[in-house]
Design a protein around this ligand. Structure first.
Ligand code: COA
Ligand code: AMP
Length: 630
């Protein structure tokens, strides 16, 4: 069957489609039905089934006689080390950690925050929580202590699992002091911490609260899998919204396992025993779905890559990994390819490696520009598949399902909606728009299995953020088009979220930090086009009336403040001081026209502007910035 028949088959009988897909995972008790619409517009899936994510990721493959297959490969060019774990070894290590956590009182429904770099122990920790039915919440290592504290307060974890440090090119990032600072700042205090000591920066442990990773597990009884309900949460993953308070995306267990299994076959075309390589981070949704759960649930080998696309040691590092581990499908963000292309435009490093094992390259996380796709296609000589999704959905909304059939690639389009997603382009009033007309991208409810049922402890916020804008639809926050062949194009966000090197960040959160600077009266942060990172943030600061502070000094302080409060991942390096911000007569900041000015594009003062002269002032400030040496 081809894509069209499968998609139409789903549309005609969604219940039958998802009940059949559910056959691919192990259930303790099979669900009697797929969709639970008893609380619409809050939907759930496989409500009366019981299962366990760790069982599906590890134990079932060992039980089926595949215990000696590789489950996890750690390839760390940044530390010069490599290691691997078979499914049996991974299961045993996970069961032991789970046993130790259980002995300290962690059980079903308890939360555990994980703050770790790209080491296999990050996956072991996630799976150990899953084994107990505990809910993990992984926080990306590039976030600073206050961001970690906000997540601790929201998730109220019983335990926190961290590594002593992460390693970035040219510097060791000590994680443990940030953990200590976050716990100090947070209202909620975890009962205990488990710390993986890395030799690059050993952490000081707090007596009575902190336990060293190995000592903690010594003599622990391996824990069995605790079965959970299909709708019980597997994890909470915080993502940026319009304010400084991140949204806790909840992932329900049963639907997620079913959806991931389906995607591993039908989108990524991976069979059990094959090697899948996702170069991202466990702190992001891509890492949850396709470094941890997806490949393992499929019985495939996953690679935990600790390095960067360039500089660890060179722009050939991905090709080496693909050759060495015989990678079949490779998934990363377009920004990684832009970094490689910039460093090695003729792909000379590629010639040094045999990447003939590779069948497909998958890109997501930000818009894949046609240039990057074309470059990758020309040099890798495999189909380059752009696909579009978000933290909220957990898996692709639109993709080219190469496991079913390779549809013609249209550069600039993530191809077509996957079964489960009825995607519509709507105007402001919520009416569907004709083909090739730009509008808000919305998905008709219910969303499919694996997508968020709600936000953690925030049903009302879930409703107002996603469901209220277009009744009957989930608002994705993206704007785009659908052409006459049903191909989507995702063009921009409709909210204050920006995408920096594939990382999703909130300009609103940055504005909150800038506004807290004692000399800043008002501010705005915009996402500005950047050839490497897609977008970078830029701040406009209005200082308090009568302020005599040196502008450069205030800017430096503001940059440091964002790094301290949000983290280096925000990549906030540009700001300028302006007298006033351009606003509409109703007081809305005119971000669009400011962005055009900064990017050096044509601009025109909108009719609604309060005082057009402000735009000339902004233009002058930005020109001054361009002429300034770095
Ligand atoms: N822990 C601590 N700090 C981290 C970190 C982590 N896990 N990840 C990133 N940082 C820091 C970096 O060291 C850098 O700090 P600096 O300001 O001191 O240089 C800052 O956060 C920004 O990092 P990054 O976004 O990685 O930018 P970069 O300039 O170092 O590298 C790329 C640029 C394109 C090579 C890089 O962004 C990249 O590999 N992107 C891949 C995108 C990706 O995987 N996206 C995930 C979604 S699929
Ligand atoms: P995140 O939740 O971090 O995965 O970010 C999701 C957002 O990234 C989406 O809402 C889009 O704005 C953007 N995005 C992700 N993948 C793509 C893609 N393939 N094309 C265009 N935008 C994308």
């Amino acid at each position: 069957m081809g894509y069209r028949e499968i998609y139409e088959g789903w549309k005609a009988d969604p219940e039958g489609f998802w009940m059949q897909a559910a056959e691919a995972i192990d259930w303790e008790r099979k669900p009697s039905r797929a969709l639970d619409d008893s609380r619409a517009p809050f939907y759930g899936w496989y409500a009366d089934g019981t299962c366990n994510a760790c069982w599906n990721a590890l134990d079932r493959h060992v039980e089926a006689g595949h215990g000696d297959r590789l489950a996890i490969i750690h390839d760390s060019p940044i530390t010069g080390t490599r290691a691997s774990l078979t499914f049996r070894e991974a299961r045993d290590r996970v069961a032991r950690l789970a046993g130790a956590l259980a002995a300290k009182g962690v059980g079903k429904g308890d939360r555990v925050v994980i703050y770790m770099p790209m080491v296999p122990e990050a996956l072991i920790a996630m799976l150990a929580c899953a084994r107990l039915g505990a809910i993990h919440s992984v926080v990306f290592g590039g976030f600073a202590a206050p961001e970690l504290a906000v997540r601790i307060d929201d998730a109220e974890p019983k335990a926190l699992i961290a590594a002593s440090c992460g390693i970035e090119p040219g510097r060791v990032v000590a994680y443990k002091p940030m953990v200590d600072q976050a716990i100090e700042m947070s209202r909620w205090k975890p009962d205990f911490c488990v710390i993986l000591q890395r030799e690059q920066a050993e952490a000081t442990l707090v007596e009575g609260r902190d336990h060293e990773w190995h000592a903690f597990q010594e003599g622990a009884e391996p824990a069995p899998c605790t079965m959970v309900g299909g709708m019980d949460p597997l994890y909470i993953l915080y993502t940026s919204g319009t304010t400084g308070q991140p949204k806790g995306v909840v992932r329900a267990t049963g639907g997620y396992l079913v959806a991931l299994e389906w995607t591993m076959r039908n989108i990524y075309a991976i069979d059990p025993g094959e090697v899948f390589f996702t170069a991202s981070d466990v702190g992001w949704v891509v890492g949850h779905s396709y470094i941890c759960y997806g490949p393992l649930v499929r019985g495939a080998t996953t690679i935990v890559f600790e390095g960067k696309p360039v500089g660890t040691p060179d722009a050939g590092t991905f090709w080496r990994v693909i050759e060495e581990h015989e990678v079949r499908s490779f998934f990363t963000a377009p920004t990684a390819f832009r970094a490689i292309k910039r460093e090695d435009p003729q792909a000379e490093f590629l010639a040094k490696h045999d990447i003939s094992s590779l069948r497909y390259l998958f890109l997501a996380g930000e818009r894949a520009d046609p240039d990057t796709i074309e470059w990758a296609q020309r040099h890798l000589k495999v189909p380059v598949i752009d696909h579009w999704w978000q933290t909220e959905t957990g898996w692709a909304i639109a993709a080219n399902p190469v496991g079913i059939e390779l549809l013609p690639v249209k550069p600039g389009s993530p191809t077509v909606p996957m079964p489960g997603y009825d995607v519509q382009i709507l105007d402001e009033a919520g009416n569907p728009l004709p083909p090739n007309t730009l509008g808000a991208v919305a998905i008709r409810l219910p969303l499919p299995p694996g997508t968020l049922p709600t936000l953690w402890n925030a049903d009302e916020r879930f409703r107002s953020a996603y469901l209220d804008t277009y009744p009957g639809y989930y608002a994705t926050g993206d704007a785009g088009t659908i052409d006459e062949d049903g191909y989507l194009a995702i063009m921009a966000r409709t909210d204050d979220v920006i995408n920096v090197a594939g990382h999703r960040l909130s300009t609103g959160a940055m504005e909150e930090v800038l506004a807290s600077h004692p000399d800043v009266a008002e501010c705005a942060v915009l996402g500005i086009a950047d050839p490497l990172k897609g977008q970078v943030p830029m701040g406009f600061l209005c200082l308090n009336r009568g302020s005599t502070r040196d502008h450069d000094e205030v800017i430096r302080e503001c940059i440091a403040l964002v790094r301290e409060r949000i983290g280096p991942v925000a990549a906030f390096r540009n700001a300028c001081v302006v007298d006033r911000l351009p606003k509409t007569r109703s007081g809305k900041i005119l971000r669009g026209v400011m962005g055009r000015i900064v990017e050096g594009r044509d601009w025109k003062a909108p009719a609604t502007i309060d005082d057009p002269a402000i735009l000339d002032e902004i233009s002058e400030s930005v020109a001054g910035l361009r002429n300034k040496p770095d």
